[in-house]
Design a protein around this ligand. Sequence first.
Ligand code: IPM
Ligand code: MN
Length: 356
Amino acid sequence: MTRKRVVVIEGEDAAPEAVRPSVALLERLGLDIEWIHPPVGQRGIDACGSAFPDAARAAIDASDATLFGATSGRSVAALLYLRWGKKTYANLRPARYLAGYRSPLARPEGVDLAIVRENLEDLYVGVEGDLETLAALRLESATARRPIADLAPGRFALKVISEAGTDRVARFAFELARRRARRGRPGRVTCATKHNMLPRSDGLFRERVSAMARGYPDVAFESFIVDDFAQRLVTEPQRFDVVVLPNLYGDILSDLAGGVIGGLGVAPSGCYGDGYAYFESAHGTAPDLAGQNAINPTATLLSAALLLEYLGFEAAAQRLSGAIERVYAEGRVRTRDQGGNASTTDFCAAVERQLG
Ligand code: IPM
Ligand code: MN
């Protein structure tokens, strides 16, 4: 296997405190990976007068993947490039309960689902405007049956669901379900949309995912209205395997899924395109924890395990997630969000001891 190149972008506030000891731990796994630290965010501004200098962009282009902390603003240009520039259209957010996680559920055992969020379209195309500008289009509200411009003054946002954009994320979800299938437990894909109110846009998403299902007869398929799905995610999370969602619902419900198993401190994330992927915890920068060596690095470490898997280091990925699993099962070293008082670096040291 040729040497892999991974860009590290630490991000802001408490995020670097999770990323640094995680990368140090990964370095000790002895894998053929070159870690590249281009100046981004404040470091980019200090070194080159830009939060996302051309050199950082070139480093990403020359790499196999990026490990990203989290951003509260300074590193946002890099994040936009990793998402829309590198076309990482499928955001995988696994929610697997591990014994020892502080879950609010009475019986969280067996929760093992993976949200696949469409990552580039929907309301995130970022087209907003003034209602007055819609007058010329003579758009009529399907519910109020009045010209939409009559609601002015006010604003609108555009929700875009494309055929190709839906097909590629649907294919990703079904391929994942196939890989996750175990003997005696076939893969299952669940789709959730608001197709009753949005029969054309969300209706299209649902139709394309349903059509994709026909090409995967070995994978079970079901579809829910998204509000009904939200309550099922809390009341019967064990029934779900792979869940494919349009961007906004996926953003919101993946945080909910994290909350169900033990909080955002343990919620990893990976964003995959056809030729590139980047990995980032689902949580934000936790500014309240900045400078305290207190952020839970589990989300970053589990995202790093997804990164290792993506790069083809499956055994190392298993070794890392197995070590994390054992730290939680033992329950002696827990960060504050999990009811303990271990520091970030204490937790990483405990994981390192469990690597075996
Ligand atoms: C996430 C975050 C981002 C998003 C923000 C920071 C743009 O909430 O990765 O889930 O909305 O996608
Ligand atoms: Mn989010």
